[in-house]
Design a protein around this ligand. Structure first.
Ligand code: MF3
Ligand code: CO
Length: 262
């Protein structure tokens, strides 16, 4: 595989695998979204995600990664990312973020979405809408020759214009044979420049947006990231191929590219 400043440039065969891995991830997210309702324990989504990995004949991407104990990250309300599926029941008015990863033929797919549980507050609706909008603002900059840090600058501008904050502690990433490859894709503009994007790179762009402070705490389980002020957070993620032309979103389900809130 060709390399550029530590980032892998994928060939056509590798890109096909990544398309398939990410198609499966998006299909699983569709199924999870369809199952969202008040009264469901979040553990049910883990079971469904596991089931679907078998059906699609893919390996779960997160299970065992740095010791992560589930196939799915399921983060409710003030949980930002890496929430554990559990006996906790979804309640009307909650928002729930699903982050799913799989491995198909040696390549990772990775994507995330936040869903409303029944009727949600205006604040909750707004944070989901802005987070999704910021993802697409970032994707717009995922172009050959652009500095990778321009993605985060666009995400941050979109989020802060709406009065919300971007999390600094976690970042997006290159993705391929490993879930986390170079380059890092922050959701803010770092002080120094990043690398120019090249056709054939795949990046997972994943704005994590908070209602109040961008500071997070990690719970006793050593995984679950929650907002320090315990206000709401949302998370949207696509894996995106840099091409000679338009950015190609890989995490597209059989339903086609769905924009939920914007
Ligand atoms: N989308 C997240 C990431 O890219 C998911 C990682 S969860 C883990 O980093 F459990 F696998 F670490
Ligand atoms: Co990711």
């Amino acid at each position: 595989m060709k390399k550029y400043r530590g980032a892998f440039i994928k060939n056509e065969r590798e890109i096909s695998c990544m398309r398939e891995a990410n198609r499966v991830v998006a299909n699983i997210l569709d199924a999870l979204g369809d199952a969202v309702a008040p009264g469901i324990p979040t553990r049910d989504f883990e079971d469904l995600a596991r089931e679907l990995c078998k059906e699609y004949k893919v390996q779960p991407g997160f299970l065992g990664y740095c010791g992560y104990p589930f196939v799915l990250c399921c983060s409710v309300n003030e949980q930002v990312v890496h929430g554990f599926p559990s006996e906790r029941l979804l309640r009307e008015g909650d928002i729930v973020s699903f982050d799913m990863g799989v491995i198909y033929d040696g390549f990772y797919g990775d994507a995330a979405r936040t869903y409303p549980v029944g009727e949600v507050s205006d604040k909750a609706a707004a944070i989901m809408r802005v987070t999704e909008a910021s993802l697409y603002a970032g994707i717009e900059r995922a172009r050959r020759g652009f500095d990778v840090y321009e993605i985060g600058a666009a995400v941050q501008a979109c989020v802060e214009a709406a009065g919300f904050s971007v999390v600094r502690r976690f970042v997006g990433h290159g993705i391929g044979r490993a879930m986390h490859e170079k380059p890092e894709v922050p959701n803010f503009r770092p002080k120094m420049g990043g690398m120019p994007l090249q056709a054939g790179m795949v990046v997972a762009i994943e704005p994590m947006v908070t209602e109040g402070t961008y500071e997070v705490d990690i719970l006793e389980d050593n995984w679950t990231a929650v907002t320090r002020d315990r206000k709401l957070a949302a998370h949207f993620e696509h894996s995106v191929l840099i091409t000679a032309k338009e950015p190609e979103i890989l995490s597209v389900s059989d339903r086609g590219l769905t924009r939920f809130f914007c």
